[in-house]
Structure formats: structure tokens, C-alpha cells
Design a protein around this ligand. Sequence first.
Ligand code: CA
Length: 735
Amino acid sequence: MRLGLINATVICFALGACQAVPALPEVSEATPQRPHSHRVIPVSNQEDYFNAATNAQPGDQIVLQNGVWRDFDMLLDAEGTIETPITVSAETPGKVILSGQSSLRLAGKHLVISGLVFREGYTPRTEVISFRRDNDNLAYNSRVTETVIENYSNPTRAQRDIWVAMYGQNNVFDHNHLSGKLNSGPTMAVRLNTEDSQNNNHVIRNNYFGPRPVFGSNGGETLRIGTSHYSLTHSGTLVENNYFDRCSGEVEIISNKSGGNTYRGNTFFRSRGTLTLRHGNDTLVENNLFDGDGAPYTGGVRVINARQTVRNNYFKDLTGERFSGALVVMNGVPNSPINRYHQVDGAIIENNVFDTVRRIELAEGSDAERTAVPVNSIFRSNIVIGEGSDAPFRIQDDLSGITFEDNVTTAAPPSEIAYGFEVLPAVTAKTRLPVGHSLGVQRTETGADWYPKPSVSSTFDGGERIEVVASPDALGTALARAKAGDTLVLTSGQYRESKLVNLQVPVTVEAADPDNPPVITFERPNFVQLSGKGSLRMQGVSVSGAASPDASGNSFIFTTSMGGSGNHTVELADMSFTGFDVNKGFSVVSAAKGTFYDRIKISGSHFSDISGTVIKLDTETDDYGIYNAEYVIIEDSSFERIGGPVAAVYRGGRDESTFGPHVWVSDSKFDDVGLRGGPLMELHGVQNLKISGNQIANAKPAQLTITTGNPEVAVSGNTLMDPSAAAVLTTVDLR
Ligand code: CA
């Protein structure tokens, strides 16, 4: 049986831009109709599998027995035919688990893989699923379907790998589920590194790309097609009807780096960043739904290079700006090197709906290097509704190279483009929106229907409430036993903890009686070490550092890069921390190099007599654009007699791939901060800083060092209690 075949056609538009619509590759269905002579070969161990695979004949169906296949370096290098493919499937889809150091390589022709689940481990190779055996032996006309890779991240965040890499030609990847990648490298990539992988005609369809948390540097793409080196060669990959659910690793959800690709009918939900047409020409983006749901930094399409078409897309509730706008048309670099920004030339942007979006950025990135403005381009028949009463357009350079015509909007656009718009009241404009539009794809139509998709509930929810009675080591024992989502309720009294806790799941700790808070002391330099998926929320508890030894690296909560690369969250509400002064550098929350917090939030809490940096996030000093926390939030709290700064955050380098780090400090009191001579806060490379409504006494100004980008900085409503104090914030600009 063949999947539907359509002859190659070329669709042309006004202005002469043409996109080749690729013929669909000839691959076989997962359960082919088989002549009676072909064999079903059940296998129950790796040796039997390799025997079957090595001797596979066209039409063979190798069936993996249900169970856990550990450290399975799976290879299928064989040749089937279109009517008699060689298949490898699970006895029951979803019941064959490849764990530990497992991977899958395909090479040859007409192969079909289905029903496997990779989890509880990570690949020892560069890839988990690879459409090649090695550099010289690639896969063609082959298919991977209904296969899952979940939480299969290398425990070292900086260790780079790719979960799925397509090589060869005419391959199909459909109805798969890829979720939770935490380490460096794209979740999926199409490689064009040899001629046999160019003009590839691949199809990536109906896959579920599940949540990819913020990576905290470049290298967190969900899909990349090509690389800058091969970007001027033709790729011809079709990416159709996939669901991108909270794919927020970095500024590029998809990094398109080759020519002639098509992105059609996909849904992007609450995903930070954009589908970025980073390198290569002649790509078509149509009938997609970009639904930001109002989440931060959600964007649409970023246009760079020649002859890109963006039409019939629906952009909805997108809050992103700059590189993350609903639509971003970039400036280029004159005579650009292949890895910089080629000029936008011949872009067609038509029949799109922008429904409640914050920004459409035009000639974005204009600076001393990026001076080549867009040319020969058109913006036509679009409906544009901004999120407020102002027009969402922001124009950074000369726009005479873009023609605007027959557009509708709800607020007067900037004068230089106003000729191309009819301004209507929002109510009237909304009557022009397509009714019951069928853009994008439903989540339920993607992935493997037997494998559940992750929920949207809080990481701390879903467990049991467990009472813990005050006694020595009671809290540490309870934390060590806790399951994900549990809440430990502490009775009033003393908790003297003699052991370090390695916390690998999200747990909440709260006081049974907030008026009579439990008191924690700990005898090691640290109490809670976060690894894996470890996160900690505490409320209404007092913590004293008085029992800790005079060691180096003292910190109540810290992280380790060993044993898991999880994105951690720490929330401290209505807490008290005192007596952290047995040595010179005692912290409350700190990060090891190579570890990352999604959020550290402190509210309603009191800190006094802390000898070190209260929140210490300054270990990524290599200047690679890497950092330790996306959000640091302090509100309604007080800090007295603090030796170091309240927060030290470091993000070095000039890379433009991240939105963070963010530091937001509000409605808090500071007195005697920086007793060892430093500033109120040390903020190096912070991209988003808000300091508002605070009272500050006896502290030097916070110091912001600007290294790249255009950081958003808002300082307002603070009171300097000491009339001789110079400022709340001083800024050093290294750009
Ligand atoms: Ca990137």
C-alpha cells in the first residue's frame, strides 16, 4: 500500500514568486498488506533482534516483545520494497520501552518503525533516532511512526545531542511524540550535510512536539532544517499538521536554515519565540495557527532571506516583541557572510490575520551591521488587530522596499505605511475575520493516540498532603520519601536536620500553623540539593543557619549538575531566614555551573544576618550566553545585614538567542546590604529588569552590566532612605 502520491506541482503567485510543492515520498504504511509468503518474526532479546535484522528480507515484520529493552543500540540496515517493506514494531504499541543508553539507526530503503518508547535514559550517540547508519549509509523512503521520546535528556545540560535526525531522502516522520528535552541541541533536525540528504523531500507530519522548557542559551530549538553552511541548497521538507505545545527552549521554535521548505497547517501553542526563516530562500509558511494564549514572548514568523511567502496564517494572542513579534521582517547585512543575515528580498506576506498581537516588527534588527532594508516585498490583504488601542507596528528603518496594500487594521498605523490600510473600528474589523477557520491542527490529531500528552497543571500539584511531626531529621526523611506533587505539612517545633537531601521531584513544604512556624536548622553546609526534576516550594517556615559548619559553598538550597538536568523552581513565601553567618559566604539559594532554574520567587519573606549573596546565580562565566535562572522575582520581602548582594546574576556573551534572565524586585525593604563592599544587586547581562516600590537604606546602587541586545529596564517608585545615596541603579554598557 502506498500513501497518497501527488505529482509535484508548482504554484505561482503574483509578483512571480513560485514554490515547488514536493511530491510526497513513496513510503509504506505501518501495517502493510503482505503476501502470504512473508514472515512475522517475534524477538524477545537483543541477540534475536540482531539476527532477524541482519537477515531481514522484504516483507519481514520483526516484532519486539513487550517489556523494557535496556541499552539497546538498535540498528536496522536493510532493503525492503514499496509493496513489501521491512517493518519493526512493538508487540503492543507503547509497551516496548527502550531505556538506559538506547538509540535507533535506520539505513537502507523501505523500512518502517512503529510503536516504540524511549524513556529513562539518554542516547550515548549524537542522536536518539537517526535516519542513517553512518556517514555513508543513509535511509531512503523509510518511515518512523507512533514512536515516543520523552524525558530522554542527557543529564549534563551542556552535552549536545539531537533526538531525531533525518538524513537521506523521501523519509516520513509522522504521529510521533517528542517531549521534555532539557539538554543542548535541537529536539529534531533535518540534516543536509551531504548531497544525498539534499532535495530530500521528507515529510514531518502530525507529530506532537511537547513542552521544551527554557534552555537558557542558544541550542534550544525544537526543529531545525539545515544549517547555515548548507543553507543555499534546496531541502524541500514538508512540515505539516504538527502541534508545538509550549516549545519554549529559545528564540527559535523552528530554525529554518535551507531552501524550499513548506510549513503548513501546524499549531504553535504557548510557544516562546518564532518560526524563524533564518537561512535559505523560497520557503512557504501557510495555514498555520500561532496561538500564544497571552503567554510571555510568544511570537509568529521571523522573515529573513529571499522569496519567503507567509500567507493565510492566523496569529492570535501573541505577546512577543522584537525578535519574538507576531511577524518580524528583519534587516540584513550587506553582502552578508553565509552565517549572518541575508537581506529580505521578494517576501510575500498576504491574507494573514493578526488577532490581538502586541507587535509587528518591520526592519527589525537595524543597527550598524544590519543596514540592508527589505526590498521587492509586499504586505497585502492582511487583517491587523493589535492588543491595545495602539497600532502594533514598529518600524526600525526605511520601509520603501515593502508595498502595503488592501490591509485592514483598527488603529492608525505609522504614517509611512498608512496608505496601505483601511482603518476600521475593532468591532467592524472582527466581522472580517474568517469564521470557523480550520487553520492549524488539533492536539488530539497529533502524536501517538495511546500515549498521554502532558497536562498543563502546576509542577507542584497532584500529590498527597502528608503531616510531618517535629523531630530530628523528620523533614529530611519526609523529603527523601516524597513523590512528585506531594505537600509536607510541618507541625510546629524544631527540625534539626543532620543529612543532605537530594530532591529529584517537586515538593511543597508548609507550616501547619503559620502563627507558630516550624524552625529548621541543618548541620551540613547545605540542606536541599536539587537535581533531576527537583523543585521546592516552602511557606511559613523559619530557617536558621546557626547549626551549619564553617565551610565554603554554604547554601540552604543548591543544585548539582550530576544526576539530571532538570529545570528547577524554588518558591519561598512567608519565610524567615536568619543566622546565615557562620562563614563569609553563606547563601540561601545558589546554582552550580550547568544547572538552571525556571523561576526563583521570594515573597513575603524576611532575611537577616546573611553573610553571602542571598540568591547566587553567577557560575556561567564563560560568556557563551548561558545563565542560571530565567526569572528571579522578589516581592514584599525584607533584607537586613546582608554581606553580599541580594542577588548576583551572570549572563555573558553577545548571543541573541534568549529572552532572559529576568530580575523583578518590588515592594521590598533593604537595609545594610553589601556589608562586604558590593552593590545591592550584581546584574550582568540581565535582559529584563524591574525595580519598583522598594525602600533602600545603607546600600550601594544595584549594578547592571549590559552585554547584548536591548534590555528592558524599568526603575520606578523606589525610596532611597539615605539622602546621600547616589541612585537605585547604575549601568555599565559593554556593547
Ligand atoms: Ca538558535
